[in-house]
Design a protein around this ligand. Structure first.
Ligand SMILES: [Zn+2]
Length: 334
């Protein structure tokens, strides 16, 4: 096969994969509407749809351990918190975006389905950035794949814990991820193997709030100050890993994996940099925009946002998730 034919074949495979995901996403909306597992339209979406707005203890890490755990989003009694509810805009544009198909998809609880019925990643981004989606989409709710967490945007509630499963992808420590992220990781690592670039392992996935407190306190002890600890460790509640949507990848061979610091420059890393978006992942910290993210280059740290948004991110040429959403830079903690 010539390289041109190979490239065309890859493009065709990619189109087929995205099309399959679209169909799955739309099928999800149809299938789950009647179940009405979550009401997150309007103000509830941005406030307390995890059902714990007023009672963070209700969803400590212990509640989110195993496959099949009740998703936080399925709580039947969402309690809006007074502080983070968006003020529904009365502009006519809002009336166009939020009701109808988008509202149905929101009710299904499937992030990818919401983006698909909104017209795809770029259309969804545009609606959010322009404010047309203000009445029903918020970038700070941990139940949705589009959430932005950075040094100025901590996770709320601080001890949020997602539903978790163990991906099939090899993980030396048995790391867990949110179900959609786990499936997408498995699909991606299988595709990497099939492409002949070798094995990819999951060094780290979900980290509980409590685990972060321990790690951060240990860093303060070891390094002598919060400032010094901040250089190596995200503060508790400020890590994407707590969402179950972040994966630190390593290159493996014959069952032995390197460290995250060995990942750069491996065939696996190069393949990931080129292909991750197709599977819904973005390389979150490329090191080119440290002034925006507050993080140096981390080619191993991937964030799951769904195939639609990841594709729009890459095709739009964005360097940071902050820029993608038109959010202010977050180089350091407030
Ligand atoms: Zn990471």
């Amino acid at each position: 096969m010539t390289s041109a034919i190979r490239a065309e074949t890859r493009r065709a495979e990619r189109r087929r994969r995205i099309e399959r995901r679209r169909r799955r996403a739309v099928a999800t909306v149809t299938a789950t509407l009647s179940a009405c597992v979550m009401i997150v339209s309007g103000a509830l979406l941005a406030s307390g749809a995890t059902g714990s707005g007023g009672d963070p203890q209700a969803q400590g890490v212990g509640s989110a351990s195993a496959r099949g755990a009740t998703p936080q989003t399925a709580s039947p009694t969402p309690t809006p918190t007074p502080t983070s509810s968006p003020t529904p805009s009365e502009s006519e544009n809002d009336a166009e975006f939020c009701p109808g198909e988008v509202a149905d998809a929101i009710e299904s609880g499937d992030s990818e389905a919401v983006v698909v019925v909104a017209g795809g990643g770029e259309a969804f981004r545009d609606a959010v950035v322009s404010g047309r989606a203000d009445g029903c989409i918020a970038l700070d709710h941990p139940a949705w794949q589009w959430i932005v967490v950075n040094k100025r945007r901590p996770i709320q509630p601080e001890n949020f814990a997602p539903e978790l499963v163990e991906p099939a992808t090899y993980s030396p420590i048995g790391a867990h991820l949110a179900p959609n992220a786990a499936d997408a990781l498995d699909e991606m690592t299988r595709a990497a193997q099939e492409a002949g670039v070798g094995d990819i392992g999951l060094e780290s996935g979900y980290r509980s709030y409590e685990a972060q407190v321990e790690a951060y306190d240990a860093q303060i002890l070891a390094r002598g100050s919060e400032e010094a600890a901040d250089e190596t460790s995200a503060r508790p509640g400020y890590s994407e890993h707590q969402l179950g949507l972040a994966a630190d990848l390593v290159a493996c061979e014959a069952g032995t994996c390197g460290s995250i610091y060995d990942f750069e420059g491996t065939p696996q890393q190069q393949w990931i940099a080129e292909n991750a978006a197709e599977f819904g992942w973005i390389v979150r910290y490329t090191g080119t925009e440290t002034g925006t993210t507050g993080y140096e280059s981390e080619p191993w740290h991937l964030r799951f946002v769904g195939a639609e948004l990841a594709t729009a991110y890459v095709e739009g040429g964005y360097d940071t998730f902050e820029d993608f959403w038109g959010l202010p830079a977050a180089p350091d903690y407030d």
